[in-house]
Design a protein around this ligand. Sequence first.
Ligand code: MV4
Length: 447
Amino acid sequence: MIKKILIANRGEIALRVLRACKKLGIKTVAVHSTVDRQLPHVKMADESVCIGAPDPKKSYLNIPSIISAAELTNADAIHPGYGFLSESAEFAEIVESNKFIFIGPSSRVLKKMGDKIKAKNAMKGFGVPCIPGYDGILPANTNTVIKKAEEIGFPIMLKAIHGGGGRGMMIVHEPEDLGKAMNITKAEAENAFGNGDLYFEKYFDKPRHIEIQVLADNHGNAIHLGERDCSLQRRNQKVIEETTAVNIPREEIHKIGEICTQACVKLGYTGAGTFEFLYQGGSFSFIEMNTRIQVEHPVSELLTGVDLIAEQILIASNEKLRVKQDEIEFKGHSIECRINAEDPETFMPSPGQINLFHAPGGPGVRIDSHVYSGYNVPPNYDSLIAKIITHAETRNGAIKKMLFALNETVVEGIKTNISLHKKLLTSDFFMNGEFTINTLNEYINKN
Ligand code: MV4
């Protein structure tokens, strides 16, 4: 069993990991940048090490600093959280070669899933439904690509093989536009990911974003924990997530969930992971795999009662999964609202001192947050200050609880998107469960 974990992250997820360690009786090491000394998980950890300047490149992305901190404190394992180094095959490889345990899949699997063509072709081979397209590196000759695109049918979406999270993609409506679009996307991808290789897919215009949570151990066992609907997003930043997803037959979730668990076993995928799908016209199409714990994992935890972070740690300790698929119960409904330090109208970040913070509470209300009265939100990191998650028997019950919770929440001194959440939760499209990945943008542009 792992005895000491270095938490290579900050904010609410670092605190979430620390809580799981305490529950399992595991010692903790916090690493932090110079602006993050006052974070609660740093104060609560058994040990803490300052790893560099606020700029993430100098601290939370600084691999030598993090490895040195692990050596210095004699940690056994490193939990990368989400973002930062969580999906870096290079980091996982260095962690492994320095004889620490990377809490996540192996560097081999991270590398494969980081290449979107390799990931897609592997998934296709395992029977996971994928979007039709050109699943190799596009040749430079535009005419050859146009021919292929006409076989699939316009519009298509160009994607960078190392893209993901919404960067390095472009919709192409007409054959005439393809050459120019390829040049632009290639240049963007080279600049952002150091690799300009592209592929394309048929473009889906009104999909929902549905993802499947999985857990897989080192002994060939895998389970799924159902779905999350993450369609309400703006510029690839999710705003509200929920489970269960409305208007998807339960049998369909179990079918796709079973396909995902089988794919994990065949791939040698271990730890927690998420299969991202577009859901349109009643069918699922795989887009990419997230090889980390995700921000929105608590909605699945409230629905199933499974502690996903504790399971990640137990899997990394070589334990067998303690629950079988047929023991997982999906109870009620759960919703998460991401509270950001940002202007609710312009979406500009709003860092600074929180003069007063009051968290909501009560039965079925969970808050994952690192902030407190007097906390200064630094400008160097993402603007998430709290996640409010509610659980109730029904969707309407969970919405009502969320509205009460949002009304109870007090954040003074900085701007937050709480008012936006209240409007969204009471909108017709949300209450009727009629939304796609485009709905939030359309709503914002209208209002
Ligand atoms: C797509 C798509 C439409 N058609 N692929 C965006 C992030 C990356 N994970 C894949 N993405 C998309 N791929 C095809 N063939 C639309 C998106 C997309 C999207 C997907 C999920 C959640 C939010 C999104 C926002 C914009 C575009």
